[in-house]
Write a protein that binds this ligand. Structure first.
Ligand code: G6P
Ligand code: MN
Length: 439
């Protein structure tokens, strides 16, 4: 049996991830789950729900709730990381400050993502160090923390030997939608994919050895990455802003009919359109605070009052995927998933030290990427520019360099000019004074 810690236990995702773990106890038997968060008060509320979920399945798992890193990580086998530095209050600023300059306001893409990256790299490195210090020698961190691309680059650079696997649920969520469109199970899809996190393309979508990508592209071109019956889409991505995001992919197909894009590419390819159709006063952070956040805390309040857990915390791809990857790691199954790895020749015409997102076999010694080969110039050029922005950002934080931060912002494709880059950066510096190191 294993001991597992959840870092960022206070996340609204925690109960869903716990249900996913409980559903899979046969494949990943657990003796202990430790919840760790720097905000003990918030965490203790979420843990009420998490414990209620665990109690539905078993009473043999010891549950620990702590704000102390040693208590959290001592002797654990796995750490699920899902930190959100600055919580939703800062996400709101990541989204609204760029929008006030007519630039895309999104938590992982554009200046909002860069700002979030500057908040997250050092806390993530600190977490890696705690795990190194306290956990079992062969422990793995399975990391969902955003902005995943920048976090992956920061950890690669600052802690190159860390046993961490960086993952994102967007590729698998995209596959869920594809499967719904094709009327097959997600597990039946075999895909080829290349890119950076939130910046990649599906190049093949096979079902029973037949490439269904042409058919999918035709559907997406007409209806977006959606089925008529939206209930087939995971509850997690069924909010109106997600429906809009999946619809917008029509626009990408109209211009780039070659592959099928990660939905996040719309922010880089159509930033002007995205800004025009965004509400500058009410962004995704508001939607989440008024929706997911409120519902969870309301559920906990009622549960404490009545003993009835109203929300069942459905699992969805987000919860399933992290557990799938962990089972493959634990049992050395070599299952094939889209994850982030260091390039090292997987895509020979991208830098060897790029953190790319590609299919990899997940073994107990880590992900083994499948060879992808050279990619066409257009995609390489786009990726190179985004990679440069992200790599220079990591240099900016490690060197405390304002000039490099400005270079990173200027290179980001969502930002129209160096002048705009500077105004947005300067506003974000003020807003992040409690979080960013001095630049
Ligand atoms: C997707 C992405 C995650 C992102 C999340 C945001 O699942 O892959 O990187 O964090 O969406 O979802 P939210 O519901 O918080 O806007
Ligand atoms: Mn993601």
């Amino acid at each position: 049996t294993y001991k597992l810690a959840v870092a960022g236990g206070g996340s609204t995702y925690t109960p869903g991830i716990i249900r996913s773990l409980m559903d899979r106890l046969e494949d990943l038997p657990l003796s202990e789950i430790r919840f760790y968060d720097i905000d003990g008060e918030r965490q203790s509320k979420v843990v009420v729900a998490a414990k209620a979920v665990i109690a539905e399945y078993t009473d043999t798992i010891q549950v620990v709730e702590t704000t102390d890193p040693k208590t959290a990580f001592e002797d654990v086998d796995f750490v699920f990381a899902q930190m959100r530095v600055g919580k939703y209050a800062m996400r709101e600023l990541d989204e609204k400050i760029p929008l006030s300059h007519n630039v895309v306001g999104q938590e992982t893409c554009g200046p909002g993502g860069l700002a979030y990256g500057l908040r997250t790299i050092f806390p993530m490195v600190e977490l890696v160090d705690y795990v190194d210090q306290y956990a079992k020698k062969n422990a793995w961190i399975v990391n969902y923390s955003n902005p995943a691309s920048i976090v992956a680059e920061g950890v690669r650079k600052l802690r190159p030997h860390a046993r961490i696997i960086n993952i994102c649920d967007m590729p698998v969520a995209t596959m869920r939608n594809m499967a719904a469109i094709l009327g097959v199970n997600r597990e039946d899809l075999v895909v080829d994919y290349f890119g950076l996190n939130h910046f990649g393309w599906f190049t093949k979508v096979e079902v029973d050895g037949v490439d269904r990508l042409p058919e999918l592209r035709e559907h997406v071109y007409q209806h977006g990455l959606l089925t008529e019956d939206v209930s087939k889409i995971d509850y997690r991505h069924a909010d109106s802003s997600w429906i809009k995001t999946f619809k917008n992919i029509k626009l990408i197909m109209d211009h780039f009919p070659e592959y099928l894009p990660n939905p996040y590419l719309q922010y880089y390819l159509f930033p002007d359109y995205i800004v025009q159709t965004s509400n500058k006063e009410y962004t995704r952070a508001n939607e989440v605070m008024d929706g997911r956040e409120k519902t969870l805390f309301e559920t906990v309040r009622k549960y404490e009052e009545t003993g009835i857990l109203e929300d069942a915390f459905a699992v969805g791809v987000h919860g399933t995927f992290i557990v799938d990857v962990t089972i493959s790691l634990a049992q050395n199954l070599g299952r094939r998933y889209l994850v982030m790895v260091e390039n090292n020749g997987t895509i020979p015409n991208l830098p060897a030290d790029a953190m790319i997102e590609v299919p990899a076999l997940i073994t107990s010694s880590g992900p083994i990427p499948e060879h992808v080969g050279e990619i066409p110039y257009f995609y390489k050029a786009m990726i190179d520019q985004q990679l440069a922005s992200e790599k220079i950002l990591v240099e900016a934080i490690t060197e405390g360099s304002y000039i490099k931060a400005l270079q990173a912002f200027t290179l980001n494709k969502t930002i129209p000019s160096a002048k705009v880059a500077k105004s947005v950066l300067d506003d974000l510096i003020k807003a992040n004074k409690d979080y960013w190191p001095t630049l």
